[in-house]
Design a protein. Sequence first.
Length: 701
Amino acid sequence: MSKESLLESLNPQQREALLYTEGPLLVLACAGSGKTKVIAHKFAHLVKAKKFSPDSILTLTFTNKAANEMKERIISLSGKDVAGSWIGTFHSQCNRLLRREIRVLGYKPDFSIYDDDDHCALIRHILREFRFHEALYKGVAAKISSLKSRLIGPEEFLSTGDGFGFDEKLAKVYIRYQDELKRCNALDFDDLIGLTIMLFERHPEILKKYQNTFSYILVDEFQDTNYAQYRLLKLLGSGHGNVSVVGDDDQSIYRFRGADVGNVFKFEKDFPGTKVIRLEQNYRSTQNILNVASAVISKNPVRKPKKLWTGREGGDRVYHCWLNNEDEEARHIAKTIKELYLKGAYEFSNFAVLYRINIQSRAVEEAFRDEGIPYHIVGGISFFQRKEIKDIVAYLRLIMNQSDNVSLRRIINCPPRGIGAATLAKIENEAKKKSASLFEVIKSTIKANGVTVAVKGKLETFIKLIEQMASRKYKTASDMIQDIVEKIGYGEFADEDRMQNVNELIASSLQADIKDFVDKVSLLTNLDDSSKDKSVSLMTLHSAKGLEFPVVFIIGLEEGVLPYFKALDNQDEIHEERRLFYVGMTRAKDLLWLTGASKRKLYAKSQDQEPSRFLSDIPKKCCEWIEKSRASHVVPLPKAGADLKKPVFPYVAGCRVRHPKWGVGVVRDCYGNGDEQKVMVNFPNIGIKKLVLRFANLEKL
């Protein structure tokens, strides 16, 4: 594609961002403004017009899914093979770099990568060992991750005391956790970034090498960077200054993961001479939706000013519906979706229901099941987090890295081998004394006859299994997985559903290199759930980032839900909750529904709810304010002091009627006013029909 062709599909601001290639650039890309398009086109422009080598452009994203989409776009635009290019997530590219250079930090390059599940498993093990409350493992894991994202190691945490919320027990666990990782020759996600920074700061010659390697740096979703990721960018980009970051401070919603929206404001100071370009044209939503979203986000006091606009003038007004409780809210959503689907206006896959916390999905799921609406949960247990998949991957990791204690603990009795808790405790104690891996201690225990003959045989069988497979030369990951499954007899241990998943794992690794495959699986997160389904999507607002749907429902617009009750006493948290609401609204292309309820059952307790403070920021002219009554019909909310007159229907849901042409049917719903009253009837041999009552000639049975 020629330079002219690259520019043709871009608007003036996108074109300006593409052509600016000398020095730092901050692109403030509003929701739906084509930021990924800009990055892909800029990469192609640098290669074709500026003669940059594809492997000299470091391109960073936040999910593997986004990285894969970016690669596909770049290949299409540039016509270049980007197989060896540095395009991927912060974590995957740091992993690639560390595989080459980590020896100077005292690690072996075959290190294991521990995902969140492995991270928590190791924390739980340490808490048990110290006789601390094991149930606290999630909080401890989150705190350690938070410290690491700010580059605060165990020693600094100890030395600075209360400056970082010092806690003696946490410090003890943190020190032990890092020691265990080193002993296992393993890194967690935060280490991938932190150790890369340590590598650069302790070895300036290595930093210089990679500053020269990367002539240009492109960063997507810049507003989601944490302190460590921003520090990494500063180190790599401080030489040539050719750093282009694309993001939107209004869409920074991952504070709980360490993301710092302040990085957007610091960039111009840290990279002098930064050019700022705003992408304000939205290609997704109608103007009415944008007006509502803009009105809400404009109330955040500290933000880069932007004015969202679109060529999709007007559009339906945003609907706000206030109901009696969460079950009525769910039934209303289900009926609305079914009605739009039956009209033929949308497929089920065109709808999304967004909520603040996962427990809100319960009522919606029940209502969907009652109405026969297919749905799927986005961001639930992903394929690679299933037990059977984690089991097989743990075998792969232990075969490749026999110091990996977390993987060994997972599989030493999977399938059951009869190696008891007392034996394992003895091995654990010995490993701690010798500061050795569990695998090494098991081998020495066997040689020293430190266990009974029966236990010795079981341990020997396990050790030989791992060592034999480690010595074999497998062509692909698929070959190795098939050998593992066969040798351990996993099919006799797992049920049919689990084995189907294992077979899918084998199929997905047919041509894959073993090390690359294990890295890929280890680096996946729930944000990479890319399953496509012909059903309604249910997900948290956080999971909706980067997605879009023709019709979006945001439920639970109540104080204590959105904004969340834990944020109510902190203004920074409230600002983030507002950004979260903004992100949810800007996922909608055609229709946006906002719902709430007077009563909601949360954490087993039913409580009275007040409308969210964010609703008061919405311009009244842009919104249809409606109420769902107990009679299952929709009427406008009355003005203050007015009487609410409810229409009377001759039929109720569930009653039987006869039509002169289609025969006997069952009424599903009644709605509308006056001459526009309608009825929805399910005729067994015909299907669901919507009829205007005054013309329907229905006979009540």
